[in-house]
Ligand binder design. Structure first.
Ligand SMILES: Nc1nc2c(ncn2[C@@H]2O[C@H](COP(=O)(O)OP(=O)(O)O)[C@@H](O)[C@H]2O)c(=O)[nH]1
Ligand SMILES: [Mg+2]
Length: 456
């Protein structure tokens, strides 16, 4: 998970505060030290860390909790607010026809992000054209062309042209129908005058609506000076931080970028086109602190493309006890998209996940792996077996095992899991309130996991 260590040490701080019987100056000092240690370890800038804990001590000494709020909760609230101020205010990219230029150094993820961004707008119903204006890197044209096919966007490039401005002008012309045009520009190994001149020239001649700075989270605090130079040159309107999946130190990049006061619009969380999230500082922080993020969970679930009607249909089926292996297969199929399971688990409140914070990436990967094995096994079953699992005897298990190339034990494990699921459903079925509540919550779109626990 993003910033795993910071997350667990901040959670410890929160536990310490909630668990203390009273809060005095000593407690605050101790807590400040813990927070400093946690943030510094996550590579957050020293000056920021000190000023944050100074403000915490000052506010704890002078402000009083509002009526009805405990001293403990009040301190938690102050820490939350101060952490949030490091991340900056939420600001979203506009969903309108526009031209977007991506800037950044080599390998930071510009070209990949161009594709992710295209996918984002296309999903929102805006057509996209990608323009290949990286004239320096060999293969840059092919890379973007390939990505544009993957995300179903239009594409424009000129293989032998060396002037990016010419390419972009032609591209804007030729891709006239596309609502959003995204320009992938060249990078360099380091910021040099040549690069600055190039992107300045593009910016001045093309006048894009947005200049987005794409930057690798693993670079940490060195992002600060780099962001400043670029901001001075082409005034960055927004930031996309990539590779948030690959680092324990994303705090450095996040806090460094906050200094140029341009909003972070998105974060990249993997190499796949769907590993891309709108950055919402509040949600991000809630998740970091283990407070759960039902909105993100709902969004991930929505991505499975289950319509309300479909959801209701499978719900009825589940409840009727007629739930067969085919239905189970359908459910799994929807959840087996790369990265989806991880997204769902990461956005769940920790307290709701069996085993609490022990669920880590490798466990999620294992769950994914299991799903994949099960899918292969299900593929080897006949239609009547899927419809009517009761007919699956030892002989059939053997055949399925050979056909799928999976162990007989795995076939049995799947059947066992299916039966357990079916039995659970029968138990729930006897509870009439459950279905009523589940349905109304699904309709209103704010079904939370805690609702499950309120049904008694
Ligand atoms: N893990 C991870 N890898 C990424 C992410 N974004 C980009 N990459 C990888 O980083 C490498 C460089 O990306 P590329 O888009 O070519 O960078 P560019 O030189 O700035 O255009 C590629 O191998 C990408 O797959 C991300 O969010 N997470
Ligand atoms: Mg590139």
């Amino acid at each position: 998970m993003v910033l795993e260590n910071l997350s667990s040490s901040l959670k410890d701080v929160f536990k310490k505060i909630s668990g203390s019987s009273y809060i005095d100056k000593e407690t605050i000092k101790e807590v400040s030290k813990d927070i400093q240690r946690a943030l510094l370890k996550a590579d957050v800038n020293v000056k920021l860390v000190i000023s944050l804990t100074n403000r915490l001590q000052e506010r704890a000494a002078t402000e009083k909790p509002p009526a009805g709020m405990s001293e403990q909760d009040f301190i938690l609230k102050i820490i939350y607010e101060e952490l949030l101020s490091i991340l900056g205010e939420e600001s979203r990219i506009e969903l309108k026809p526009q031209t977007i230029m991506l800037v950044g150094l080599y390998g930071n993820g510009k070209t990949t992000t161009a594709g992710k961004l295209a996918r984002f707008f296309i999903k929102k119903g805006l057509s996209v054209g990608l323009i290949a204006a990286d004239v320096h890197r060999p293969g840059a044209y092919e890379q973007l062309e390939q990505i544009s096919k993957q995300v179903n966007s239009l594409f424009y490039g000129e293989k032998n042209e060396k002037d990016p401005v010419k390419i972009i002008k032609n591209g804007l012309d030729r891709l006239g129908d596309a609502k959003v045009k995204i320009i992938d520009t060249s990078g360099r190994d380091s910021l040099d005058d040549e690069l600055i001149d190039e992107i300045k020239r593009i910016k001045n001649e093309i006048k894009p609506d947005e200049v987005l700075y794409v930057v690798d989270a693993t670079l940490g605090q060195q992002v600060g000076p780099q962001a400043k130079v670029l901001n001075d040159a082409v005034s960055i309107s927004g930031v996309i931080i990539t590779k948030m999946d690959g680092t324990g130190k994303g705090g450095g990049a996040l806090s460094a970028v906050a200094e140029i006061k341009s909003p972070v619009y998105f974060i990249g969380t993997g190499e796949h086109m769907e590993d891309f999230e709108v950055f919402n500082p509040r949600k991000f922080l809630s998740r970091l602190l283990g407070m759960g993020d039902i909105d993100a969970l709902m969004e991930a679930v929505k991505e499975t493309n289950i319509t309300e009607e479909e959801a209701e249909k499978s719900l009825d089926k589940l409840m009727s006890g007629k739930f067969n292996l085919k239905d189970m297969y359908d459910v799994w199929e929807k959840f087996s998209k790369p990265g989806l399971l991880k997204k769902i688990f990461n956005s769940m409140p920790l307290s709701r996940i069996p085993g609490g914070d022990k669920l880590n990436d490798s466990e999620i990967d294992r769950a994914n792996e299991k799903l994949n094995i099960y899918r292969v096994i299900l593929d080897s079953m006949t239609y009547s077996e899927l419809e009517n699992p009761d007919i699956i005897n030892a002989k059939r298990i053997k055949r399925i095992s050979i056909g799928s190339g999976k162990d007989e034990r795995e076939v049995r494990a799947l059947l066992k899991e299916y039966n357990a699921m079916k039995n659970n459903m029968k138990m729930i079925k006897s509870n009439r309130n459950f279905k009523k509540l589940l349905k109304s919550q699904m309709k209103s779109g704010n079904f939370g996991l805690e609702d499950l626990e309120n049904i008694k």
